[in-house]
Every structure is written in structure tokens, then in C-alpha cells.
Design a protein. Sequence first.
Length: 303
Amino acid sequence: MKKIIYLDRLLAFFIDIILIYLIIYTTSNLTFYIDNFFNLRIGDNIFYLIFKYIDIPFLYFLYFHYKNSQTPGMKLFGLKLLTFEGEHLGFKKVTLRIVYFFLLYITPLIILFLINFSINNLELNRLLDRVAYWFVFFNPLFIGGVLFSFFNSQKATIYDFAVRGSYRYDLNYENEVKLDSEITYVDPNINKKQLYLSQILDLFFQLIIILGGNFLLNNFFDPSLGVSNNSFVNFFVNFLILTTFVPLLYTFISLQNNNKSIGMVLTKLNLETKDSKRLILRNLIFTYLVILLIEILLGFYSY
């Protein structure tokens, strides 16, 4: 069985994060309408917030890892979570792995919160708040746990290693899909510059759509519908909403258009069907990564 390609594992994880975000987003909207219709305050309840931000991701990974040994994102790239011996992890190990994952991610944030809570210095509190904001995205303990996979033969992260589990390629997937990370070109004249140009064009068109949509929301809709009187905050919220759905819609249309994105059409990039689908999906993750970086900078500025 071939070694795990780290890019495939990263892309699978981001697909799952997107799906979890959509579930949380839908839950938030349903709660908002229920609260308004029945004059309730479910959305402010601490147990509801725990359910939304902790229980939903926990149950998502628990269900899919236990049932099929793979989440939807992992299935897309032919990955499975198995023991070192290639067997199903079982309910206990799957649960422990998720608990270790959350502890690794949340522990530094809890420590920062406790330190911040115990200090009565406004400037130092603001500094720790900003550090905590960056830790949400660049958690050193969590990153260290992931980097652990580079230094063991099983390619397992520290929370995988704790339950003697690691990612493997599905044997059926290996027989159906080429697993190397290179793109097979149908046209021998196609080079990597052409490939990268198509990716840049796709990203450019999506950002134009997002910014155009944001302009329309901010200028042609009732301002009272905004979440704040602050125009920058409204811009940020609209940006978050649009950046969630525009890349997904763009990807869906590309897949329906004979697996051809606008960038691929303009650069006349001609790929095999499987490679076209793979490239379109990788472009989706690339777009989300760029958008995430922009959102981090915008959020840090607005904080």
C-alpha cells in the first residue's frame, strides 16, 4: 500500500471542516428563526453553544470514523482511518482519538483564557486576546501534534499514535484512481505554468464575485438588516457568508460543465476526466485557504 500523500489528507480534512461549518451554519439559522418565532433565547444558552461548537464536530467524526472508517472528505480521496495492522479502530479508540484531538487543540486556548482572566491589566488583556485569536488558527501544540507524523514510520499524528491508528488508502480506491500527486496531461504541450495560471484565474474570478456580492449587500439592501452599525463589521460578516458559498457554487458549476472551470477553459487546459475533477476539488481547497488567510487578517484588524 502506498505511503499517505500529506496533501490528500489535508484536502480531506478541509472538505470535512467545510461540511461541519455548513451544518453549524444551518443549525444557527434554524435556531435564530425558532428564537424569533417563539420568542425564545435558545441561541444564548451555554449548553446550546457547547452543542453547536463542540458536540456537532465531535459527533460528525465519531459517526463517520466508527461507521465507515472514513469521513466524506476522506472518501473523496480514498483514505481510511485504520489501526497499524489495517483493522477497524472500534468505538473506544475512535472516541479516544477525537477526545485527544480536541484536548490538543483546546488546551492552549483554555490556558490563555485562565491567564487572561487572572490578570487585571487592560493592555495585557488585549494582547492576550489577540494571541488567543491567532491560536485559533495557528495552535502550536496542535501543529506540533500534526508534525509528529513526519517522524514515525506509520505517518501518524500524535493523537493517531495514541490509539495506534493511522490513515491508509482504500485498496479499492488504489485500483481505480492514480494516487500520485502529478497531473496527467492529455496535450503534451501543456506545462505547469498553464496549470498554475488556470488556478490563479479561478481564484481571481471567485474573489471578484465575492467582492461584487459584498458591494451589492452593503449598498442595495436595507442597512438595518446588518448585524452592526459598523460598516466594517457588516462587510466582514457578508464576506464570511459569501466566501462560504461562492467557492462551493463555483466548484459545482465547474463539475457540471464537463469538469471545466473558467480558468481551465481560458488557458485551454486539457486534462483527463479524473485529473480534471481532482484539480477542480484541489482548487476549491486552495481558494478556501487563501480566503481563510484574508479572513484571519480582516478579523485581526476588526478585533
